[in-house]
Ligand binder design. Structure first.
Ligand code: PRX
Length: 705
């Protein structure tokens, strides 16, 4: 792009070269690639006037355009209510039902169209489609069960601990139909992680499955429900009903005994509700739709509370204009529904637009590197959505596999982590066969939907950059003192969003203070203000803005590690390690990994009298897996004689991160115990010194306050 900024209005200088050392990232600015005329010809959004319509002058009324993609029971009187700043309320006075918008309203036109394609992991098990009519039937029957058997009603919370099976969206939509707030916990999380979330949100019903296929194994999942109930009880929350979907109705795949009076097989109980219909409850737009827990700087995960009206409007709008979803598309997002990507862009967004959404149960490379592409060919998928970690994994496992299969994508998404240009190019040339456009979407659990991305038919793609902000999103990059870092400055800072938007979460469940402190306190201009202009939203990411208006996201600025696109709080891992009785102190740092982006390294020191042996390390790994789940498994556990500390006793995690990543450690002479640094370095790296000077931004800054 040359003289215009990406919104097509203001004049900006030609892109200027930015030296790598200035921005501390490891790839250079890439040339842009334009979307094809074929793509543009069919795209939902081709009018650059959209940016003008969504400019700050037209804020917040511009978002009516998104809300109008939905069916409302009653129109709202106030688009944005800021009276309880910074807890924003959207579409106040409006009444709506999310389930109705994803299911019922499509029946007149699309009842016989596939809503969900389910692909089981075992390749010899037939895949099947659930039509919109069938989804309607299943959701109604399960909603009846939730209401009349489980006693759930509007405003109750319910925890779902479910893997990638179609019963998960059925469950979510049934909750949404009743106004029950669902809180889905990623299936790969441990029973204890589920318990923490059950207790925090006060759930007395847990919905789960007996088992599922993963990497060629049948996972016994019911056993996690027992742990979850037991641990929740200890945390003061009784679960009185566990509803268990069977992976194969009528047949149990788990040998874990049922608990009399507490555990119920959904498929049995459902028989009583056959043919039942439940009217969707007409709900205030600003009521919560769901909670999604995510990691932060403390050991306690945050329950991000998302609204019905604002969230649905935002995911419908962004699915239409950024994902370019049309009802006739077959759309496959490979994320897990247990994360926000799955909520917004497997379930609510695509179904609101009457698309056919693919749910694949298993591992993309099982049983071999061609699996994903066989699924794409078989279902004639034309929109594909995944994360850099998966792209790296697929590339490593079978760099030429996509060529063997006859599928054609028009559109591909990358999400969750920065993507290296080299990996981006493989995605573009090999997976997309040079035919598909790519959007690199940057956003978060908290934001409900995309914040930055190219608009696929309007902007050229730039490998390694997420792109400009979406229409209606107005970012600003601040330095530590609140000075704005302008486009082309070549400097990285803290990326914030100036304005609220409908997809943004409403608060942290039960902890408004933490919500305000974490996301708004840093750059708030006046804590008493009711004007949204005074409350920039702190995303927690470092970023820089190129002269052409494209953002490059550099990674987290807080104690969060992005492992394979999943957020893990270092404090959560440290607390887990500290549950091992041998351990005196623990520090967790990110280490660069070729496939997963970042993985955790754990440093521990032992209490006096405990042996520094393999057994202690094993216990630490086991504690982390039970407390959080296997996704948090450390790359290495190092037992160190002491932690490097400042004179005030603070563990210098930055020094440990430099050691783990073979970076220049810098001056450590001001530490209380500088000698231990070299001992640790030798323990980790061996005697020889091979450190490089610069590392990625998030690692360089890691542990800074
Ligand atoms: O650091 C950013 C990174 O993932 C974080 C959000 O993680 P989570 O809440 O789990 O949501 C993941 C799915 C949206 C962000 O703070 N991140 C997300 N997308 C990108 C990204 N980093 C770089 N490029 C992206 N496209």
């Amino acid at each position: 792009m040359s003289k215009q900024d990406v919104a097509g209005n203001a004049e900006v200088p030609e892109a200027q070269a930015v030296s790598e050392s200035e921005i501390a990232v490891h790839w250079k600015e890439e040339a842009t690639i334009y979307p094809s005329p074929e793509f543009i010809g069919q795209a939902n959004l081709t009018d650059p006037g959209m940016f003008e319509r969504f400019s700050l002058e037209n804020f917040p009324e511009c978002y009516k355009e998104y809300a109008d993609l939905l069916d409302w029971d009653q129109y709202w009187h106030t688009t944005l209510d800021t009276s309880d700043a910074p807890c924003w309320k959207w579409f106040v006075g409006g009444r709506i039902n999310a389930c109705y918008n994803c299911v019922d309203r499509h029946l007149p036109k699309y009842k016989n169209k596939a809503a969900i394609h389910f692909v089981p992991e075992p390749e010899d098990e037939p895949l099947y489609a659930i039509t919109y009519q069938e989804l309607y039937v299943r959701v109604n029957e399960f909603a009846a069960l939730l209401r009349d058997f489980a006693g759930l009603k509007q405003g109750d919370r319910v925890t779902l601990h479910m893997p990638m099976v179609p019963e998960l969206p059925v469950t979510m939509l049934a909750c949404a139909r009743l106004g029950v707030i669902h809180s889905e916990v990623f299936g790969g999380f441990s029973g204890q992680a589920a318990a923490d979330r059950i207790a925090d949100s006060g759930c007395r019903v847990l919905i789960t499955v007996d088992g599922y296929h993963r990497a060629g194994k049948m996972i016994n999942h019911k056993v996690n429900a027992d742990v979850a109930c037991e641990m929740a009880e200890k945390l003061g929350q009784t679960v009185d009903k566990v509803l268990i979907w069977q992976r194969y109705p009528g047949k149990s795949v788990s040998d874990t005994p049922m608990v009399e009076g507490r555990d119920f097989i959904v498929n049995d109980v459902l028989k009583k509700y056959a043919g039942k219909r439940i009217d969707p409850v007409s709900l205030p737009a600003e009521d919560p739709l769901f909670l999604m827990y995510t990691s932060g700087t403390t050991g306690k995960p945050k329950g991000c509370q998302h609204s019905i009206g604002g969230y649905m409007a935002y995911v419908a709008g962004t699915s239409k204009y950024i994902q370019d979803i049309h009802p006739e598309d077959v759309y496959w997002c490979m994320a897990d529904i247990g994360w926000i990507t799955g909520h917004s862009y497997i379930v609510y967004g695509p179904l609101a637009l009457a698309a056919s959404t693919v749910i694949y149960e298993g591992v993309p490379t099982y049983p071999d590197a061609g699996r994903a592409w066989r699924i794409a060919e078989r279902l004639d998928v034309n929109i594909f959505h995944t994360a850099p970690t998966t792209i790296r994994m697929l590339r490593k496992a079978g760099p030429d596999e996509p060529k063997k299969y006859n599928y054609h994508f028009k559109h591909m998404t990358t999400v969750g982590e920065p993507i290296e240009p080299e990996v981006w190019k493989w995605y573009y040339e090999v997976v997309g066969k040079g035919e598909a456009i790519i959007v690199d979407t940057w956003w978060q659990t908290e934001t409900g939907g995309f914040l930055c991305s190219t608009v696929p038919a309007l902007h050229p793609m730039k490998p390694g950059s997420t792109g400009p902000a979406l229409p209606g999103i107005h970012p600003v990059i601040y330095d530590e003192d609140g000075n704005e870092l302008k486009a082309g400055s070549g400097k990285a800072g803290n990326i914030c969003i100036r304005n609220p938007w409908p997809g943004a979460f409403q608060t942290i469940w039960g902890d408004r203070e933490r919500y305000v402190d974490t996301y708004y306190a840093k750059y708030c201009k006046d804590p008493n203000s009711k004007d949204w202009r005074d409350w920039p939203y702190l995303t927690g990411d470092g970023a820089m803005l190129a002269a052409d208006g494209y953002y490059r996201i550099l990674g987290r600025i807080d104690d969060v590690i992005n492992v394979a696109g999943h957020r893990l709080g270092t404090k959560e891992l440290e607390s887990a390690a500290l549950t091992v009785e041998d351990i005196a102190e623990a520090a967790v740092v990110p280490v660069v990994d070729e496939i997963k982006g970042r993985v955790p390294d754990v440093y521990v020191s032992l209490k006096p009298g405990f042996d520094s042996d393999e057994e202690a390390k094993r216990k630490v790994v086991a504690a982390i897996e039970t407390t959080i789940g296997k996704i948090a498994r450390p790359k290495n556990v190092y037992i160190v004689p002491d932690m490097p500390k400042t004179r005030s006793g603070k563990i210098m995690r930055r020094v440990l991160a430099a050691i783990s990543n073979t970076l220049d450690i810098g001056d450590v002479m001001t530490l209380a115990n500088p000698d231990v640094v070299e001992d640790i370095r030798v323990l980790v790296q061996g005697k020889e010194k091979v450190a490089t000077k610069k590392g990625p931004e998030d690692i360089e800054r890691f542990g800074d306050d």
